[in-house]
Write a protein that binds this ligand. Structure first.
Ligand code: PBG
Length: 325
C-alpha cells in the first residue's frame, strides 16, 4: 500500500513503460477492407469515410501494394457490381468485380492474403443479404447462392472467404462446396456474431447496399445479446469456420472478450465503417486527436481479445507503428 507501493514508479519514462506494457499492436494484426468497382483509373472518394475510395482494379493493386509495403498482410474485398439484379448474380459470376480484383492482386502480390466478403446485399436490387421470397429473406434458398459465390471466389484465388450474411447453415454450405471442388485449403472467416448495427451506415453508402425495404433484423443479431453471440460462434466453428468474428467491435468489446475466453479459434473483430467515421469526423472538426484516438481504439480491440482486426485505419496505423519502431 501507499506510501511503500507507488504505481507511478513504473510510469516514469517511456523505457520503463515499454517494459511493463501488456498489449502490443502490430501491423501483423491488421486487415485492410477495400471497395472495388469496374472500370479503369477510378478512385472515387467515399463521403462518410474520408481517406477511403471505391477503386477500379488497377488502382486497387497500387493501393494494396502500398499497404503491403507498410507491412499489412491481408485485405478484405467488397465489390460494387456493374448491375444489380434480384438474385445478385454478379456475386457468383467468375467475371464479377471481386473475382477480377482477386486474380489481379494474387498475380501482383502472391503472398498477400486475399479475403473476400461473401454476401449478396451489394449485388441485389432489394439490398438484402439473401433471396427475397414474399417480402422475406429465404434462408435455405440463399445458401446455394452463397456457396456458389464462395466457390467462384476460391476459384479466382481467394485465400479466405468471409460469409457475412448471417444465414443459418452458411458456413456448412460453403465448407461442403469448397471441399467437394477440391478447395480444401481455402479458409472460412465467419462473421459469426454480426449485430444489426447503425454503425454500418457509411459502408452501405460506399457499397450502395442499404436494404430498399425493411431492415436486417430478421437475420443480423439483436444488440443486447451476448450468449446468443457465443452460440452463433460455436455453431460456426462446428460447421467448419477457421476464424470467427465479432462485428462491430467498439460497442461489443465484451462480446470479443467472452469469445476469446471460450473458443480456441482465431478471433477477428471488425472495426466497422461507422467507428472509422466517428474518429475521422471528430478529428476533422478538431474535437479530438485523430491519430491518438485511432491507436487507442485499435489497441482497445486488441486488448479485449481480438487476434485479427479488420480496419479502414490499417494503412494509417501501419504508418504510425512504423514510425514508433
Ligand atoms: C455485408 C456487409 C456489411 C458490412 C460488411 N459486410 C454491411 C451490412 O451488413 O449492412 C459492414 C462493414 C462496415 O460497416 O464497415 N453484409
Amino acid at each position: 500500500m501507499f506510501p511503500e507501493l507507488r504505481m507511478r514508479r513504473l510510469r516514469r519514462g517511456e523505457g520503463i513503460r515499454a517494459l511493463v506494457r501488456e498489449t502490443m499492436l502490430s501491423t501483423d494484426d491488421l486487415v485492410y477492407p477495400l471497395f472495388v468497382v469496374h472500370g479503369r483509373g477510378r478512385r472515387e472518394p467515399i463521403g462518410p469515410m474520408p481517406g477511403q475510395f471505391r477503386l477500379s482494379v488497377d488502382q486497387l493493386v497500387e493501393e494494396v501494394q502500398e499497404a503491403y509495403e507498410l507491412g499489412i498482410k491481408g485485405v478484405l474485398l467488397f465489390g460494387v457490381p456493374r448491375r444489380k439484379d434480384e438474385l445478385g448474380s454478379e456475386a457468383y459470376s467468375d467475371d464479377g468485380i471481386v473475382q477480377r480484383a482477386t486474380r489481379a492482386l494474387k498475380e501482383a502480390l502472391p503472398e498477400l492474403v486475399v479475403m473476400a466478403d461473401v454476401c449478396l446485399c451489394g449485388y441485389t436490387t432489394h439490398g438484402h443479404c439473401g433471396v427475397v421470397v414474399d417480402g422475406r429473406v429465404d434462408n435455405d434458398r440463399t445458401l446455394e447462392l452463397i456457396a456458389r459465390t464462395a466457390l467462384s471466389l476460391a476459384g479466382s484465388g481467394a485465400d479466405v472467404v468471409a460469409p457475412s450474411g448471417m444465414m443459418d447453415g452458411q458456413v456448412r454450405a460453403i465448407r461442403k462446396a469448397l471441399d467437394e471442388e477440391g478447395f480444401t485449403d481455402v479458409a472460412i472467416m465467419a462473421y459469426s456474431a454480426k449485430y444489426a448495427s447503425c454503425f454500418y451506415g457509411p459502408f452501405r453508402e460506399a457499397a450502395g447496399s442499404a436494404p430498399k425495404f425493411g431492415d436486417r433484423r430478421s437475420y443480423q443479431m439483436d444488440p443486447p445479446n451476448v450468449r446468443e453471440a457465443l452460440l452463433e460462434m460455436e455453431l460456426d466453428i462446428r460447421e467448419g469456420a477457421d476464424i470467427v468474428m465479432v462485428k462491430p467491435a467498439l460497442a461489443y468489446l465484451d462480446v470479443i472478450r467472452a469469445a476469446k475466453e471460450r473458443f480456441l479459434r482465431p478471433l477477428a473483430a471488425y472495426n466497422v465503417s461507422g467507428e472509422y467515421a466517428m474518429v475521422k469526423a471528430a478529428g476533422r472538426l478538431g474535437w479530438m486527436d485523430e491519430e491518438g484516438a485511432m491507436m487507442e481504439v485499435l489497441l482497445g480491440i486488441k486488448r479485449a481479445g481480438a487476434d485479427i482486426i479488420l480496419t479502414y485505419f490499417a494503412k494509417d496505423a501501419a504508418r504510425m507503428l512504423g514510425r514508433a519502431a
